[in-house]
Design a protein around this ligand. Structure first.
Ligand SMILES: *[C@@H]1O[C@H](CO)[C@@H](O)[C@H](O)[C@H]1NC(C)=O
Length: 337
C-alpha cells in the first residue's frame, strides 16, 4: 500500500475514534489472576499435550483413511505448552501482573490485561509482545505462549478483547453484543472497539519503565490476527505485526491446486487478499468460513431481511452496517481491503 493510503487511513481512523470515544484518563486498576476463565464455546478448550497429540493423530487418520468422524471433535481447540528457553527455575523467575486499563466510559471500557515476564535484577529495558486471542477465547488461553515469550526475555502481554473473558458474563455475551450491534449500530464489537483498546494499551506500554518503546510487537490468532493487523495499521507504536490467521477458503482452492501439483502457484497477493479482504470474499463467494465463526449475527440479519438463507447480500449488510457502519469506516475499509 502506498504511504498516502496509510496516511489517509490513519487520519480517517483518528477522526472516527475522536468522534466515538470520549477521552478518559488512562488509569491502572489492580486485578487478580483469573483461575477459571470464561470460554464462550462448547466443548470448552483444554490445555494438554497428550490430547493435542491424539487430536493430530485423529485428524491424520480421518484424512488418510476416510474414517467417518464427528466434526465436533475438530472444534476442541488444544493449546500445548510452547518451546521455552531452558531455564531450570522458570516457575520462580516468572512474574505475573493482572490489572485493568480504563479505555473509555462504561463497563466495556475496562480493559483486562495480563502481563508475564521474567524477574530481572538489571534495569535494562526489554522488548514487548502483545498477543491477541481468537473468537470466544480469552487472555488466559494464551498463557503457554506468553510464558514462551517471557522465557526469551520479552514482556509478554495479553488482553481480553471486547465481550470476551472478564468482559463477558456468560457464554453468549459476544454473540449477544454482535447481534445488538446489528440491531442498534451503536457499538463495534467485532474489530474497532478492540482496536481502540489496543491504541490505549500502546499509550500504557510506551510509558512503562521496563519496556523499550521502540520494540513493541503485536500478534494474534484468527480474530486476534485481525485485531493485531488493524491496530498496527492505526498506531505506529506497534513496530512489528505478525497476524496468524487462516485464509478464507481454507481447503477448496488449495486442494484443487494441489491436485494439479501447483500448490506453490498461488500468488502471494492473492493469499493476502483472502486473508483480510472482506470485499474480496464477497466478490468471490468465499465468505463462509468467517461468517461461520460468528454465525448468530448473520442468522439474525437473514431473518430481519426476510431471506431463507444467508447470502452475499446478508453478509455485505452485516459487514457494512453492523461491524463497520460508520461512513468513515467504510472508506477506511475500502482503503484496506
Ligand atoms: C447472558 O447475560 C445476558 C446479560 O446479562 C442475559 O440477557 C442473557 O440472558 C444471558 N444468557 C445466558 C445464556 O445466560
Amino acid at each position: 500500500m502506498p504511504p498516502t493510503s496509510a496516511l489517509s487511513f490513519f487520519s480517517s481512523f483518528a477522526a472516527v475514534v475522536l468522534l466515538k470515544f470520549l477521552p478518559v484518563l488512562l488509569c491502572v486498576i489492580p486485578g487478580k489472576p483469573v483461575n477459571d476463565p470464561l470460554y464462550q464455546e462448547f466443548p470448552k478448550p483444554i490445555f494438554s499435550e497428550v490430547i493435542q497429540l491424539l487430536h493430530k493423530l485423529y485428524i491424520f487418520v480421518s484424512a488418510h483413511f476416510l474414517v467417518p468422524f464427528d466434526r465436533r471433535y475438530l472444534s476442541i481447540h488444544v493449546m500445548a505448552s510452547c518451546p521455552k528457553e531452558d531455564i531450570p527455575n522458570m516457575k520462580e523467575l516468572l512474574q505475573e501482573q493482572n490489572f485493568y486499563l480504563t479505555t473509555e466510559e462504561g463497563e466495556q471500557g475496562r480493559l483486562p490485561v495480563l502481563v508475564l515476564s521474567m524477574k530481572e535484577t538489571d534495569k535494562k529495558k526489554r522488548p514487548a509482545i502483545v498477543f491477541l486471542h481468537s473468537t470466544n477465547k480469552c487472555k488466559e488461553w494464551l498463557r503457554p505462549l506468553l510464558q514462551a515469550y517471557a522465557s526469551r526475555g520479552y514482556i509478554a502481554v495479553a488482553i481480553d478483547s471486547r465481550y470476551h473473558g472478564e468482559r463477558a458474563t456468560n457464554t453468549t455475551t459476544y454473540r449477544d453484543a454482535l447481534i445488538s450491534s446489528w440491531k442498534k449500530g451503536d457499538t463495534m464489537p467485532f474489530i474497532y472497539d478492540t482496536v481502540w483498546d489496543l491504541i490505549k494499551l500502546a499509550d500504557y506500554l510506551t510509558e512503562r519503565e521496563d519496556i523499550d518503546s521502540s520494540r513493541i510487537g503485536i500478534t494474534g490468532e484468527s480474530l486476534g490476527g485481525m485485531h493485531a493487523w488493524f491496530a498496527a495499521f492505526a498506531n505506529t507504536r506497534y513496530a512489528v505485526v505478525v497476524p496468524t490467521i487462516g485464509v478464507q477458503d481454507p481447503y477448496l482452492n488449495i486442494r484443487q491446486r494441489e491436485d494439479k501439483g501447483r500448490v506453490t502457484d498461488i500468488p502471494i497477493g492473492d493469499l493476502v487478499m483472502r486473508l483480510q479482504g472482506f470485499q474480496w470474499a464477497i466478490e468471490h463467494d468465499q465468505w463462509q468460513a468467517r461468517v461461520d465463526s460468528i454465525k448468530a449475527v448473520f442468522e439474525e440479519a437473514r431473518s430481519d431481511l426476510g431471506k431463507n438463507e444467508i447470502d452475499k447480500e446478508v453478509v455485505q449488510k452485516v459487514w457494512h452496517l453492523n461491524l463497520i457502519h460508520h461512513t468513515q469506516y467504510r472508506s477506511l475499509h475500502h482503503a484496506l481491503c
